[in-house]
Design a protein around this ligand. Structure first.
Ligand code: CTP
Ligand code: MG
Length: 510
């Protein structure tokens, strides 16, 4: 029989996030929670947009919240932002095309590795994907398949090594075997006729990149990585946030376009990734008064502790708990009646004035933390800690680690420019104008001083670092949890919220 081997389940219980809804193909098998979310998303199609527009219409009279800008200007911003969002959300048909591509790829890998599953993550799975977004895919495969020939050759005499040395050697071995496994996946894809295939087995997160054609013959960019559980989980986290308040999506679509146009989105040039800017949007909406978004990682946390939710110690290391019951969070942001125009304006102002010398963006706690609390006051190895954004699950990771004084300066200047332009003219189109056009063919931004050269060579920023380099290795199983877990949790009382349904997250390592 084709029963899944024990212990193998994609993060989140299976299914292709955000796409599984479009048809019960071989990828079905999602949790009730996801089904609930996906049903809502499916209903949407244009529905989410319509709901957004209706809400927008109701709110447009309430723009007084940004007193320095007149309401006509604010309405203009809101209108353009919503229009922009509508134009960029993929159509149902385009989503179906994507699903078909995923199914095809899934089938190709499963034929070769029956115990594996392909899981969508990144923007195609988190509800923030544009019409041309790539497909970020993660192969979930039992560790023993990836590391099968471990120990061969290098086991050596470890008795004389210290614990640390043994661990380091183990990490190196695993890294090598992961690289080899990536090459095997690349082989499968090559045989299946994927185009422009590149394998990056030595990248921080090893991946295979290629293009494939959808049923219409359009080329789709695909990236496949292996067992990147945290990226799958943060995809779910963002997906859940996207359903709490309708204003997050249009905001993120505008911001993602703006960062690309203004060339402040390439982490390998010392800027920040789309993912990081999305977290910045969430943080901004969490700290508004009244808040537009809650802090999902804190809601009913003590309940989760009481019932020993396995997500609190995912893979024995990471605290990946977050509240998932969207139904009960509906209306959370209603006390805040600001329009998307006002929020965008305030977003630009918030980060233009962000006290980057003292603070760290932290959606895990729903408000900025201090650098002092994080121990991020000084540069450490490759972590520059100039502008800090904490990863919500891999909390030792500063997603701004590659940004330096110059690039952070560029970024903050862009925020200032956007705020100034928007408040003076309300011209969001002009705000999103490309950097090159504005300079009429002037040279693009100078590249960041390349002291992260190896990152540039073959890196691909798809997830928290796996096992080497600039950030500490994963705590060995059974090791002490990171300190921040001990600092306790803040209980957020959301009216009418009770215990979430049990979420099935299964870990292939167990
Ligand atoms: N990711 C991560 N850690 C990072 C960077 C990325 O975990 N430091 C994961 C996240 O799950 C993220 C996904 O990789 O959603 C892809 O991130 P990114 O390349 O920044 O882009 P998308 O969110 O996919 O946006 P786009 O539509 O621009 O492709
Ligand atoms: Mg992507």
């Amino acid at each position: 029989g084709a029963a899944a081997p024990t212990g193998l389940n994609p993060v989140g219980g299976g299914g292709m996030l955000g796409l599984g809804l479009l048809g019960a193909g071989p990828l079905a098998g999602i949790t009730p929670h996801q089904q609930q979310l996906l049903a809502a998303a499916q209903l949407a199609g244009g529905g989410v947009v319509d709901a957004g527009l209706a809400a927008q219409a109701r709110l447009s009279k309430l723009n007084a919240a940004a007193p320095e800008v007149d309401s006509a200007t604010l309405e203009k911003i809101s209108e353009v932002a919503m229009q922009f969002f509508i134009e960029r959300v993929p159509t149902d048909e385009q989503m179906r095309e994507r699903e078909a591509v995923c199914s095809k790829l899934h089938q190709a890998v499963v034929n070769e590795f029956p115990s594996a599953r392909l899981q969508l993550f990144g923007s195609s799975g988190n509800n923030f994907c544009g019409k041309n977004s790539d497909l970020d895919l993660c192969l979930i495969v039992p560790e023993e398949v990836v590391y099968s020939d471990q120990g061969g050759g290098r086991g050596g005499n470890r008795r004389n090594m210290g614990r640390r040395e043994t661990e380091k050697r183990r990490q190196q071995d695993r890294k090598k075997l992961m690289g080899k496994f990536v090459l095997r996946i690349a082989d499968v894809m090559r045989r299946k006729g994927m185009e422009e295939l590149t394998e990056l087995p030595h990248a921080r997160v090893p991946i295979v990149k290629f293009k494939t054609r959808d049923e219409q013959g359009h080329l789709v960019d695909c990236d496949v990585c292996i067992n990147n559980y945290l990226a799958c989980l943060n995809t779910e986290l963002l997906f859940t946030y996207s359903h709490v308040d309708w204003r997050l999506r249009p905001m993120v679509y505008c911001v993602k376009h703006w960062i690309k146009q203004r060339q402040i989105n390439d982490p390998y040039k010392g800027y920040l990734s789309s993912y990081t800017y999305t977290l910045m949007c969430i943080q901004f909406l969490q700290q508004c008064t009244p808040p537009v978004l809650p802090c999902l990682q804190e809601i009913l946390r003590s309940e989760a502790v009481r019932r020993g939710d396995p997500m609190l110690r995912f893979r024995n290391t990471y605290d990946c708990y977050f509240y998932r019951d969207i139904e009960r969070l509906k209306g959370f942001g209603n006390a805040n009646t600001e329009s998307i125009g006002v929020l965008l304006l305030k977003f630009f102002r918030f980060y233009a004035h962000f006290d980057k010398k003292k603070l760290v963006v932290c959606i895990r706690r729903g408000k900025p933390l201090t650098k002092k609390d994080k121990g991020w006051e000084k540069a450490m190895q490759r972590n520059r800690h100039v502008f800090c954004i904490e990863d919500p699950f891999d909390t030792d990771v500063d997603l701004g680690r590659n940004a330096d004084e110059n690039t952070v300066n560029d970024i903050q200047q862009e925020f200032e420019r956007a705020f100034k332009m928007l408040s003076e003219t309300g011209d969001l189109v002009k705000v999103m104008e490309s950097y090159d056009t504005e300079r009429e063919g002037a040279a693009p931004l100078p590249p960041k001083p390349a002291d992260d050269a190896d990152d540039h060579d073959h890196d691909h920023d798809h997830g928290p670092p796996t096992d080497e380099g600039e950030t500490p290795p994963i705590t060995p199983e059974g090791g002490e949890p990171p300190e921040q877990w001990a600092t306790g949790s803040v209980e957020v009382d959301v009216p009418g919220v009770s215990l979430p349904a049990d979420i099935q997250i299964l870990d292939p390592s167990r």
